[in-house]
Design a protein around this ligand. Structure first.
Ligand code: HEM
Length: 431
């Protein structure tokens, strides 16, 4: 079933589809074919060093924030840390993880990290969030379009990155291994499109400058917030279930028994994805987090193309339908009476039919999330790096209310913790 035409509300122009917002089947198939190589298991594996470099910055940042005093804070632009009246620091892990997933997209798709973890400021995420709100408002209230002025900042920022890369490519035959390069491999400089001159949707096989630009913005939105939300929810669940965290530590300890072997020159322990991808408990934690807190909480709307009968109900052609992923993932009938509880162990002997038919954190079929391999790798690396290197103690009064605009998030934008360093992994023996 195609997506509803209302998905055009998030496009740069009503007639300018991206992979996520495409409704035309042929266009979507062609576009997916040219973009999928950027997310194949093999290609994503080649991005691991870029992801690890961002995770390393995250660990270093938590180290440096943990060693700060409230006096030294004044001289720094550090928004991820607060001190209570007894001068005890608490780190906003939610913000740091969001910065880290943005840096990862910067490094893997935009040609270089945005260094948000390090500097704690970059206009891009705010500008993008404002632009998305503008697009939705223009679509919802078309008569008031002229009041919602477009800020050219995002377009200029991304188009400069593309121009620089094209120029760099013209000077050397060496190519950077990243998502931008894959998009540029399908670049058609003769194809015209912009927010005012929309693309010819019969051609999903090549991409104009503006289509590349807009697709990169889509990867930035889809690829950072969703992973960050999943990671922070997994951390919150684990800190609330110390016995499950203990099991994770035992698994990590046995998988990386020789921590020195994966320590880098800065004494940091960065677990390798080759080992992480087959850790049973870690992967069950991720599955269970995505079951309890899927990104597309209410499902994504589709439109029927024919009269259809479902459970004796006639759904006429052109009806907008949606299936609530939240309800499906929390059905007692399917998952049992303990459906609302965090039990990673349920995945060990789960009936494969339930995984196939009642678990859709990444969607399914032709519209399956293109970033699934990328996201899983990123989540495994960040979660394990954090728990191998730190113990966290959460502040008790944090507001953990979830809100959603395109992707879900914590309303407070905060999850504050005290980070206790497990030096050289030695303390892992206490698990
Ligand atoms: C935990 C992380 C993630 C979750 C839970 C998630 C979830 C989803 C879901 C449910 C869909 C399907 C929506 C539909 O039914 O139409 C989707 C599609 C998509 N996702 Fe993700 N996503 C994640 C990470 C990523 C990443 C890292 C990227 C890119 C870097 C990405 C890019 C996309 C794109 C482009 C689509 C549209 C695919 C298509 O229509 O063919 N996502 N995602």
């Amino acid at each position: 079933m195609p997506k509803t035409p209302s998905i055009a509300g998030i496009r740069a122009h009503y007639n300018l589809p991206t992979l996520f917002s495409a409704t035309d089947k042929t266009f979507h198939r062609q576009r997916k074919r040219i973009l999928s190589p950027a997310f194949s298991i093999k290609y994503v594996a080649s991005l691991e060093p870029l992801i690890q470099s961002c995770v390393k910055s995250l660990i270093k940042k938590i180290d440096s924030l943990s060693n700060l005093s409230s006096k030294s804070l004044h001289s720094l632009n550090a928004t991820s840390i607060q001190f209570n009246k007894d001068n005890i620091p608490s780190i906003n892990l939610f913000q740091l993880i969001q910065f880290c997933t943005l840096d990862i997209i910067g490094e893997t798709a935009f040609g270089g990290s945005f260094n948000m973890v390090e500097k704690e400021c970059h206009p891009l995420p705010i500008k993008i969030s404002e632009e998305m709100k503008r697009r939705v408002l223009c679509y919802t209230f078309p008569y008031f379009k002229m009041f919602f002025k477009k800020d050219p900042w995002c377009d200029e920022f991304v188009s400069n990155i593309i121009k620089n890369r094209i120029e760099q490519n013209s000077k050397t035959s060496e190519r950077r291994t990243d998502i931008l390069q894959i998009l540029l491999n399908n670049h058609n400089p003769l194809k015209q499109s912009s927010p005012t001159t929309p693309v010819d949707i019969s051609d999903g096989k090549t991409m104009s400058d503006f289509e590349i630009q807009d697709q990169m913005i889509e990867f930035l939105i889809g690829g950072s917030d969703s992973s960050a939300f999943t990671i922070i929810m997994a951390i919150i669940l684990l800190l609330n279930h110390p016995e499950k965290l203990k099991n994770l530590r035992i698994e990590l300890k046995s998988a990386f028994s020789n921590l020195q072997s994966i320590e880098d020159e800065d004494n940091l322990v960065l677990p390798t994805h080759e080992t992480l991808k087959s850790l049973r408990y870690l992967n069950a934690i991720i599955d269970e987090t995505l079951r309890l807190f899927p990104i597309a909480l209410g499902g994504i709307m589709r439109q029927t193309t024919n009269d259809t009968i479902i459970s004796n109900h006639l759904i006429p052609k052109d009806t907008i339908v949606t299936a609530s992923i939240w309800k499906l993932h929390r059905s007692k009938q399917i998952w049992g009476q303990d459906v609302d509880e965090f039990i990673p162990e349920r995945w060990f002997d789960l009936n494969p039919k339930i995984r196939n038919d009642a678990y859709y954190p990444f969607g399914s079929g032709s519209r399956l999330c293109v970033g699934i391999n990328f996201a899983l790798m990123e989540i495994r690396i960040i979660l394990s790096a954090l728990f191998i290197n730190y113990d966290f103690v959460a502040k008790e009064d944090d507001d953990l209310q979830i809100v959603q605009f395109i992707t879900p998030s914590l309303r407070s934008k905060k999850f504050e913790v005290k980070a206790i360093r497990l030096r050289e992994g030695k303390n892992l023996n206490h698990a």
